[in-house]
Structures are given as C-alpha cells and as structure tokens.
Design a protein around this ligand. Structure first.
Ligand SMILES: *[C@@H]1O[C@H](CO)[C@@H](O)[C@H](O)[C@H]1NC(C)=O
Ligand SMILES: *[C@@H]1O[C@H](CO)[C@@H](O)[C@H](O)[C@H]1NC(C)=O
Ligand SMILES: *[C@@H]1O[C@H](CO)[C@@H](O)[C@H](O)[C@H]1NC(C)=O
Length: 348
C-alpha cells in the first residue's frame, strides 16, 4: 500500500495543479496521510473520482503513471521552446505552481495527460495489473480480409479510454467555456492513443515460413502519441463558447466560422497565448531569463528567439579527459590529458 500512496500522490497533485481553473488548492496536506485514507481525504478530487479511487485502487497506480508519462513527454517535446511545459514555478509565484490560461499550451497539456492515462490504463490491463480488465478478446479467432488471424493479447483501448474518461473528465463539472475546452482536449488526447495503435504479427509454420499469421493490436511507444499531439498543437483551433438555442447550456464553435464546431481530433483553445518572454504567474509564463539557448540555431532554441531580443550571456567551459593512452609492459597505462574549450549561452 505504500507504493500505492507513492504513485497516487503525484497524480492528485497534478490534478490539483493543472485542473484548477482559478486557484490552486492547498495539496501539501495530503502528504502525511495513510493509504487507507487517501481516497477519502484528498482535496482536489471530486466525489466521483473518489468513488473510482476506492473501487479500483490498482487502476489509480496506472492513472498516476499515465499522468507522469504525459508530463514527461510534454517536457521532452517542448524542452527547446520558451514554454517548456514546466508546471512547477520557481520561487516567487504565489502558489508554487503554474496556472494555465485557456491557451494552446493548456490544450496540449490536457490532451497529453488524458492520453497518458488512457495509455497507462490500457497497458496495465494487458499486463494483468488491473483486476477488472485484461486483453481485448472481441476479435480473437476471427480472420482478417488478408487472411491472418486475430490472436495474442490485443490492447483493450476501449476499456482504457472509458476509464480515463470517467476519471479525468470527472473534474469538469462547471459547464463553462473552460470546462468545455478541457473536455474537448481530453477527448482528443484519448483519440490520439486509439489512432496510433499498431498491429503486430507473429508467423507460425515450418521454420518461420509464415503459412499462418496471428496478429494483435498493441500500443506504440508513448513518444509517437506525443509527436502526434505536437502536430495537433501546431494546428490547434481558436474556439468560442456559444449558447444553445433556447437553452442555458454552451457549446464550442470555431472562432473564424461560428456556424462550425471543431473537429473531435483538433485541439482547441479559448485564449491567445502569452509570448512567455517575461515572468508573469497570472498567465502561466515563467519567462526565459537564464534559460539555455543555442547561438547558431535559427529555431525556437536559438538565442534570438529564446531570449526575446534581450541578449545572452556566454559561459566558458573547459572539458578535460584522458586520451592517447598507451599500455606499457608490464603493467601500467600512460595517458595524455586532452582538453577542449566549449561555450554555453544563457538568456539575459
Ligand atoms: C505489474 O505487474 C507485474 C507482474 O505482473 C509486477 O511486477 C509489477 O510490479 C506491477 N506493476 C504495478 C505498477 O503494479
Ligand atoms: C523550463 O523553464 C523554466 C523557466 O524558464 C526553467 O526554470 C526550467 O529549468 C526549464 N526546464 C527545463 C527542463 O529546461
Ligand atoms: C545548435 O544549433 C545548430 C544548428 O541548428 C546545431 O547544429 C547544433 O547541434 C546545436 N547545438 C547544440 C549544443 O544543441
């Protein structure tokens, strides 16, 4: 149970961090609790999430792993950009955590986290780590059009998606524009997992002759889902919330064509992104002061773009290592010391 607690806390923290629209809940109080109290006491999770938590504690482990996978992938995809998916603000911000506006970056973060949860739950099911699910046997034993047979352990993406939807979407109860945005992006993230499933096959027959082939659906590396969602981030659509005819509820429409709804696969955002140059906790911008940059790159990691025209500091490093080693009979090794001067650059 201690490992359960260990796994569950980061996700609870994450939910409290990234799902809070207007303020960050004080979550540090969770840290002292015993595992049995976890589901009943954690702030920042809704009653329905609490029920899921106590009914399926083994799935909570997968959920927190998925959330961590999502965050790690986000930080890896954006490490060379001004906004680098850092959710932990440095000293000086009020809550210690970054608040995300309804921006393109929030859209990406939500989609990737939701994808991470669907992915990890599906993977855990296939490994047999969750008692209420396993492999997807719906097609098992059937033949494909090209003659091979469904076999092995197909990833039960349907279960993973359903579980992730229940848990992750449970937070978005406000029914306001931001909740609609989050729900849309959560769903787009889960779809991305399904879209990137692969078919893997194994040949049977005399010495690998492949007279018989069985195939199954399998999850790709999570990074391919990350790359897929970066493309969706680049083509994300601005949306506005509109009122349903004669009803109080809202729906999202494209900002440019108000009679059109965004496609389910698109990421959507409500607010323009800040340029992330300066520190402003209110917009989720940490600024780029002292970020590393690359003097010879014309890309987003180049010093011009990364430092927003403020210029950069140059740092000299001396790298020393042993080289030209010779073995003398008997028995010692003689080496020279080689050295190289390198430079590093950080934004002013
Ligand atoms: C998943 O199951 C394997 C064995 O089936 C076990 O070694 C592993 O620790 C489990 N992982 C989690 C996160 O429960
Ligand atoms: C991301 O940016 C923040 C703010 O500029 C910085 O403190 C942090 O070290 C960066 N993270 C990485 C992994 O570069
Ligand atoms: C800096 O950018 C150049 C040009 O894109 C690239 O060739 C080089 O490897 C980069 N250097 C580092 C340290 O990333």
């Amino acid at each position: 149970m201690t490992s359960l607690l260990h796994h569950a806390i980061p996700y609870v923290l994450l939910l409290a961090i990234i799902n809070s629209h207007t303020h960050i809940r004080a979550v540090s109080s969770v840290l002292g609790l015993g595992a049995d109290l976890l589901c009943s006491r954690v702030p920042g999770i809704t009653p329905s999430q609490r029920r899921i938590c106590s009914r399926a504690p083994d799935a909570i482990v997968a959920i927190s792993e998925g959330a961590r996978k999502g965050i790690a992938e986000c930080q890896s995809q954006f490490r060379n950009r001004r906004w680098n998916c850092s959710l932990q603000a440095s000293a000086g911000s009020v809550f210690g955590y970054v608040v995300l506006l309804g921006s393109r970056e929030a859209a990406f973060t939500y989609a990737l986290l939701s994808a991470g949860v669907a992915y990890s739950v599906t993977a855990s099911c296939a490994r047999g780590n969750i008692s209420t699910c396993g492999c997807d046997d719906r097609k098992r034993g059937r033949y494909s059009a090209s003659g091979w047979k469904w076999g092995g352990c197909s990833a039960d993406i349907k279960y993973g998606i359903k579980f992730a939807r229940k848990f992750v979407d449970a937070r978005e109860v406000e029914g306001d524009a931001r909740a609609l945005m989050n729900l849309h992006n959560n769903k787009a993230g889960r779809r991305a997992v399904k879209k990137n499933l692969r078919t893997e096959c194994k040949c049977h027959g005399v010495s690998g002759s492949c007279t018989m082939k069985t195939c199954w659906k399998t999850l790709p590396a999570f990074s391919s889902i990350g790359r897929h969602l970066v493309k969706k981030y680049n083509s994300a659509r601005a949306v506005v919330a509109c009122k349903m005819h004669k009803k109080s509820s809202l729906y999202l429409a494209l900002q440019k064509k108000k009679n059109r709804r965004p496609r389910p696969s698109h990421l959507v955002y409500l607010e323009k992104s800040p340029n992330y140059c300066d520190f402003n906790p209110a917009t989720g911008s940490l600024g780029t002061v002292s970020r590393q940059c690359n003097r010879s790159s014309a890309g987003p990691d180049g010093c011009d773009l990364m430092c927003c025209g403020r210029g950069y500091n140059t740092h000299q490093y001396t790298h020393k290592w042993k080289c030209n080693c010779r073995f003398h009979w008997c028995c010692y090794v003689e080496c020279n010391t080689c050295q190289e001067e390198t430079e590093g650059y950080t934004c002013k």
